[in-house]
Unconditional design. Sequence first.
Length: 230
Amino acid sequence: MKKNIIITGGNEGLGKAICEKLSISNNVIIIAKNKDTIEKTIKQANCDGYVCDIRDAKAVDNTISKIIERYESIDILINNAGLYIKDDLTYNDYNDIKNVLDVNLLGTITCTKSILPYMIKKQYGQIININSQLGQDAKAGRTIYATSKWGITGFSQCIQEEVAKNNIKVINILLGSLEETMKINGEKFKRELQYLNKNDIAEIINNIINLPQYICIPEITIKSIQEYKI
């Protein structure tokens, strides 16, 4: 049976790869800010999409309501949208700090809070938080980014305890380095060495969502063996 799946930031990068994989056998709905890339992904992946800034709680609630009205229920929420920031704290701009925390951490919390009442009513659901290895590690020059990711780890662990009684699973996926980076100064680049391929991650997520409902993987770290060689 097809599952109804929402993916935040599903219009590009890892989110798009996940969308393309899951939309083969499911109803996938992507949420993102960029209308042009949403429309492009909808055509390429045969999915549905809504323009929404997840920093805006009211916009998130309105968007989730529209999705529920059309699909009646949501089985899976994949919190994938994220921003990257680097450099020492003293060099980070206040607006950039706020933006990263608002998208990475508060965006994850807001989308989860908005969808939970519908999952609780159904007594079924999965929430997958796409996190970073920096959600459990410390690294100089990544203070704000790591802080947002540590927050997602704490949030995931706490909300797991809250919603398990409602037969809702929460999975915190801590990723190592991807071959294709998140945007840095508005641009992406490919790493020279082989790190995680986004299509392989999409395949892993597809396997996770198709596990029997009683099996819960609360947390999983995925990294390339390459990271042990440097």
